[in-house]
Design a binder for this molecule. Sequence first.
Ligand code: NAP
Length: 255
Amino acid sequence: MELLPENLQLLRTQVALVTGASRGIGRAIALELAKYGATIVVNYAASSAAADGVVETITSAGGSAVSLQADVSQADQVDTLINAIIEKFGRIDILVNNAGITRDTLLLRMKPEDWQAVIDLNLTGVFLCTRAVSKIMLKQRSGRIINITSVAGLMGNPGQANYSAAKAGVIGFTKTVAKELSSRGITVNAVAPGFIVTDMTNDLGNTEEILKLIPLGRFGQPEEIAGMVRFLATDPAAAYITGQVFNVDGGMVMA
Ligand code: NAP
C-alpha cells in the first residue's frame, strides 16, 4: 500500500479503532483509513500474526498502527482495549464495528449456543464497543461510528436466523444511537455488504445460484466496502449523514 500525499490525507489527525481488522473486510478498512492518514488500532481475536502483518503493511508505508487483541463480545476485554487506546493515543475519532462471525444452520437444527455466539459478537459486541467509545467521543464533541451490518439483516437468508437477527439488530441500534449522539457532533451509520470475497464466504456452495441474485453479476471485494467506510469517516463529505444504512451489494437489495 501507499499513503496518499500529505495534503490529501483527510484523516491525518484521527485515531481509528477497527474491530476484527486482522483479515477480510476489517483489514481492507484498516488499510484504507491508513491511506488517508489515520492512526489505526488493528483489533483481532486470535490471529496475532495476521494482525501484526496489517500493522507492518501500514507502518512500512509510513503510516501509524498498532495491533491489540480483545474479544469484543466480552465487556471487560472491551474496557481494557479502550483504556489501552486512550493511554497510548489520548483519543478515538473513528470506531468501525466490523468484527463478526457466522454459525449457519437451518432454524430447526440451530443450537442455542449457535444463536448465542452470533448474537454475543455481532450485536452485543457492537453495543459494548459503541458504549465505551461514545463516552470518549461525547467528551471530544466529535466522532464517527460505522457499523458493518449485512444484506441478511435487511432481506433475511435461509440458514442465518442468528446472523440476520443480529445484523437487523445492528440497524435498529445504529438509528437509535445516531439520534442519542447527534447533538454532540457524532454520526452513526451502517454499511450493509452483500457477498464479499473473504474467509467468511469461502464456503458458499452453489455460487452460480447466488450470482443470479446479484445484478452486477459478481461478488464484491473487501476494498469496495472499505471505500464506503472511508467516505463515511471523512469530513466534510459525510458530516451531514447520520442514522443511515448504505448497501454495498452489487445491487442485490433495491428498496
Ligand atoms: P472474516 O474474514 O471472517 O474476518 C472476521 C474478523 O473478525 C477477523 O479479523 C477476526 O479476528 C475478527 N473476530 C472474530 N471474532 C472476534 C471477536 N470475538 N473479537 C474481535 N474480533 C473478532 O469476516 P469478513 O467477511 O471480513 O466480515 C467482516 C464483517 O463484515 C462481519 O461483521 C461480517 O458479518 C460482515 N459481512 C461480511 C460479508 C461477506 O460477504 N464477507 C457480508 C456482509 C457482512 P481473528 O482473525 O483474530 O479471528
